[in-house]
Design a binder for this molecule. Structure first.
Ligand code: BDR
Ligand code: CA
Length: 315
């Protein structure tokens, strides 16, 4: 039986790759996609989610628009990382399909409550919708199967401020609500995702297949690679969100620690910083499982194989 997953996402170049990886994974059934502000506006992340589904021949999957603003803070988008429209140099046709009428946070509640212990939520953008859903219906804590969260930087430098990772910096108050809710979280911070780099060689391997999928991947990641080179001197691009999604069917790519993790919501240089109480000074029970080690090549081989398979099926 495939695992039922719902994405909460801000596509976003690596978010879109995570969606493609899920569609190429026989272990998974994507029940829906909820969009959020983050890399670009929610209007645009919604359009991008619909366009990616159409590209992959999966427009039967419903898309629900979520929050367009963080809970407390002002909005912060990331055009320098993902391009003005969020998918780098890719220029997909405007989608024919439309988002559902229901708000994304209500869809999360409805689906999780109607299928107790069956839904795996893959949250790869700022956590605004998830926090809102928790405030509206706290019982989702006991009814969701698992929540995979891409966010935070535990012992790694931030990628948005010296201390903070993008998703937690954009809505630190939402991350605070989610981290303290008791919901079963597996976190993939930058500590592991920054070891998963999609390189020019990886792209050339995919480009041996002539397909709209490989063309799209080339156009979107070219922008992302230029960003990584210019801002972080990384050759290639970090594919945070597909790595997070991969844990739904291949948890063995990471090593985990159960930790007490918090996020700084005080105003100051640490805003959005995520930190773990490694020595358990506060004598609290762990609030999440954190991926702190990864076998990057193991992940990348599966990612490439599945992208090749998807590309061939749509060439
Ligand atoms: C996260 O922020 C976004 O740029 C990516 O899509 C990813 O979810 C990495 O910090
Ligand atoms: Ca993302």
């Amino acid at each position: 039986m495939p695992k039922h997953i719902i994405f909460d996402t801000d596509p976003g170049i690596d978010d879109a790759l995570a969606i493609l990886l899920a569609l190429a994974s026989p272990e998974l059934n994507v029940d829906g996609i909820v969009t959020v502000h983050g890399n670009v506006s929610t209007e645009q992340t919604t359009e991008n989610a619909l366009a990616i589904l159409e590209l992959a021949g999966a427009s039967h999957i419903p898309v629900y628009k979520g929050c367009d603003l963080p809970l407390v803070k002002e909005s912060l988008l990331s055009p320098e990382t993902h391009g003005d429209k969020g998918l780098g140099y890719a220029n997909l046709p405007a989608p024919a399909s439309k988002p559902q009428v229901k708000h994304g946070s209500d869809f999360l509640i409805e689906r999780i409550m109607s299928q107790p212990n069956e839904i795996t939520l893959v949250a790869i953008g700022p956590l605004t919708n998830v926090a809102l859903a928790l405030r509206k219906e706290p019982r989702i804590v006991e009814n969701v199967k698992e929540v995979l969260v891409m966010g935070g930087a535990i012992q790694h430098a931030g990628n948005t401020t010296p201390l903070a990772e993008f998703n937690t910096f954009v809505d630190p108050h939402a991350a605070h609500v989610v981290f303290h809710s008791g919901i079963p979280i597996t976190l993939t911070p930058l500590d592991v995702t920054y070891q998963c780099i999609f390189t020019a060689d990886d792209l050339n391997r995919l480009l041996k297949i002539d397909s709209p999928i490989t063309k799209y991947i080339a156009d979107s990641t070219r922008f992302y690679m230029e960003f990584h080179d210019e801002y972080q001197s990384i050759q290639g691009c970090v594919i945070n969100d597909p790595m997070t999604l991969a844990l739904t069917f291949m948890p063995e790519i990471c090593d985990y620690q159960n930790l007490v993790v918090d996020v700084d919501i005080s105003t100051g240089v640490g805003l959005g910083n995520t930190f773990a109480d490694f020595y358990n000074y506060e004598k609290k029970p762990a609030n999440m499982r954190v991926a702190m080690g990864v076998r990057p090549r193991m992940f990348m081989d599966v990612f490439l194989e599945r992208m090749e398979k998807l590309a061939r099926s749509l060439s």
